[in-house]
Design a protein around this ligand. Structure first.
Ligand code: FES
Length: 509
């Protein structure tokens, strides 16, 4: 379960932080948001440290499609259900500005990241989606975007209607972030991998970040972790989703380079693109979103992508399969800026699947705010905005969903001591069991040994669920994810799943 981008990433490594340091700004997370912010602040001469728990560009950035576009995942016309056309224009213009920033960085820092210009398409074969496409065209044009009707021959899928945005871009997103990190380092930004922040304390105006082997004292903290770490109000207006990607080799490349978004049968949206490297031609398909920790069979979602790819193209092999996480905001716009009014702790979240552009924009907004400059997009994406009417339905839906997870999981739905048969946990599989007053997350490794940890999420105590495709424990409430040994992969949880008192198979029997 690794994305195609991991094959073509750089070998540059950054050592883990092992000694106490001080900084002006500590950035948690080395993805597109963290590195963009780090580069901009380091260029101003600030002492900036980026703390990445795993590899630079290896988390959300590496799970993305690498598509860069003016519009948004939910399409611009959806914004009109909550905002006026002037706001839609601002959203489009802010994204255009972020795309220009990416283009200038690629040129100025000579970023070797397979940056190219391609058209974007939106199409459908389903009559009921045609109005939606038509509306998107009208709204996009009103917002000043250069939408065109697509020529029938330009879209390699059966369709009744299609529109187009010329001059959009594609990158290898992992390479882009890694190359940007190189540029940040050249500008004296301190970057550390394998540096997991375990807690954050505030003392007057300073913060202390505790890692396993070091502490960082800093004036400012930036949560560039896709969703902020710890318990934050903003988590009540975010829905965590997982989505999947596949990359296939083709017998023959019979698709032009482009970004293809299609509404297919059952309203399913698939995003398709090409990628060519070292003589290999790939087709990448991304789709099948569901609430994190709430799929009954994660593997089936990947099979659905494979079926889609095989139906439309001459696939040789499916070489890569992966999952990625995104957070959907209740009022359709990301939350970027200080966590609270006048706070020196900053957040950037709710990008939906538009994180490459919004992550860059977040870097531009937050770096301006930290240096005391007004950013013209800051109010639009303010992290402290409260739109009771705009976010109400989704806010209620998300929180009812979280409450439901508590109710389900704290009932007796998982096996208990009387009916739990340990042999039922197959090699490579996991199961939540209720034993001795504890909810346990039990995983059987390929060497037949069991890994047993508490199933209680360390964020706000929901019960984690097994993800059978990615072999992880996923929390259905706010999207924290854990490895089978309990360590944190992503999400708001800071601490690993607790070791269980029942740590051996013998005691489980
Ligand atoms: Fe919030 Fe698990 S992520 S309770």
């Amino acid at each position: 379960m690794k994305s195609i981008w991991s094959r073509y990433s750089t070998t540059e490594n950054y050592h883990g932080l092992k000694k106490d340091i001080t900084a002006d700004v500590a950035i948690i997370g080395g993805g597109i948001t963290g590195i963009s912010t780090g580069l901009l602040l380091a260029k101003l001469g600030m002492k900036v440290v980026v703390l990445e728990s795993e590899k630079i560009g290896g988390a959300a950035s590496s799970a993305s499609t690498g598509n860069l576009y003016f519009t948004i995942d939910q399409i611009l016309s959806s914004l009109l259900s909550k905002y006026d056309i002037e706001t839609v224009k601002k959203v489009a213009n802010s994204r255009i500005e972020a795309l220009k920033k990416i283009k200038s960085w690629v040129k100025d820092h000579n970023l070797d990241c397979d940056y190219k210009e391609v058209p974007w398409f939106l199409y459908s074969d389903e009559t009921k989606w045609l109005d939606k496409i038509d509306k998107e065209f009208q709204v996009g044009v009103k917002a000043g975007l250069p939408y065109l009707m697509a020529d029938k021959s330009e879209i390699p899928f059966p369709h009744k209607s299609g529109i187009k945005l010329p001059h959009q871009n594609q990158i290898n997103p992992m390479l882009y972030v890694q190359e940007l990190a190189r540029a940040a380092k050249e500008n004296n930004c301190f970057i550390h991998e394998d540096s997991h922040v375990q807690s954050i304390h505030q003392n007057n105006d300073r913060f202390t970040l505790e890692l396993e082997n070091a502490k960082v004292e800093t004036d400012y903290v930036v949560h560039a972790t896709h969703t902020p770490k710890g318990i934050k109000m903003v988590q009540t207006v975010l829905g965590p989703y997982r989505e999947y990607g596949i990359a296939c080799t083709l017998h023959s490349k019979n698709i032009e380079d482009g970004i293809y978004w299609g509404y297919h049968e059952g309203g399913k949206k698939f995003s398709t693109r090409t990628y060519s490297k070292n003589g290999d031609d790939y087709l990448i398909v991304v789709g099948e979103p569901h609430k994190t920790g709430q799929a009954s069979d994660n593997k089936q979602h990947i099979k659905n992508l494979e079926r889609f790819a095989k139906k439309h193209f001459d696939i040789k092999t499916v070489e890569f399969r992966w999952g990625g996480q995104h957070y959907r905001p209740a009022d359709l716009l990301p939350y970027i800026g200080p966590a609270k009014k006048d706070s020196k702790e900053f957040i950037a979240t709710g990008y939906s699947t538009d994180g490459l552009v919004y992550g860059t924009l977040a870097g531009m907004i937050i770096s301006d705010q930290i240096r005391g400059h007004k950013n013209k997009w800051a109010d639009l994406y303010s992290s402290t905005r409260h739109h009771p009417f705009k976010s109400a339905p989704k806010f209620i839906e998300e929180n009812v969903n979280v409450a439901k997870q508590y109710m389900n999981d704290y009932g007796n739905s998982s096996p208990d001591a009387t009916n739990f048969i340990i042999e039922d946990v197959q090699s490579g599989e996991g199961q939540v069991v209720h034993l001795g007053g504890e909810k346990l997350a039990v995983y059987r490794r390929s060497d037949d040994k069991l890994e047993i940890v508490s199933a209680v999420c360390t964020h706000m105590k929901c019960i984690v669920h097994w993800n059978n495709a990615e072999k992880s424990w996923d929390c259905p409430c706010h999207g924290s994810r854990f490895k089978t040994d309990g360590s944190v992969i992503e999400g708001p949880a800071l601490k690993p799943l607790k070791k269980s008192k029942i740590e051996s198979e013998k005691k489980l029997r």
